[in-house]
Design a protein around this ligand. Sequence first.
Ligand code: URA
Length: 230
Amino acid sequence: MRLDKYLADMGIGTRKEIKKLILAGLVTVDDEIITKPDHKVDESSSVCLEGEPLIYQQYQYFLLNKPAGYLCTKDGSPNVMELVPNYYKDLNPVGRLDKDTEGLLIITNDGHLTHQLISPKYHVDKKYYFECDKPLPADAAAVLSKPIEFSDFISLPGKLELISENSGYLTIHEGKFHQVRRMIGYLGCNVTYLKRTNYSFLDIEDLAVGEYRELTAEETEKLKGVSDNE
Ligand code: URA
């Protein structure tokens, strides 16, 4: 296929934008700078954009360790989208983390998977490490393990694993606005630090704060099955 189509299929940009990148000499094929948009490539060609190898795939899936202070909203800066490659079209976070929350965020342009993962029909486990301003009550785990009625929803049972009297892990199954802060708030405490450590089977132990990596093909496939299983 033509080089410009190959790049367009990967969501690198419009044909016009891609033509500019190619003419600017930013694209190599098998280590050679190619400046002709109609240059022929196939799936075995080694194509790089600004030195970054591109692996031919329809969608991209990134795992980011979000730093505190970054927004997950469409606009506004600093934004999590500044932390992943910016030449793929339609990338969006799967759900949101608050500005002050750190940790695991999936970013993809696979709208179908995003829709499945955030749908209230499916209950993907999300685990958070938190610290709060005062000791949690003795019955905290028992209280959070039962549904709690908030003004806009009733939470599914959560799992609290205490580390100290004012820190621990909370696993929840929905992704409502400020959910962890509100569940801890229900116990009379305020969250002072929050980090998502796990999303279903995924963790971010191999990523420093602000770093990202691509999900492997196995992880992507498993994630597609998660919303059916959890
Ligand atoms: N719960 C919260 O309170 N904040 C987040 O960012 C995620 C879950």
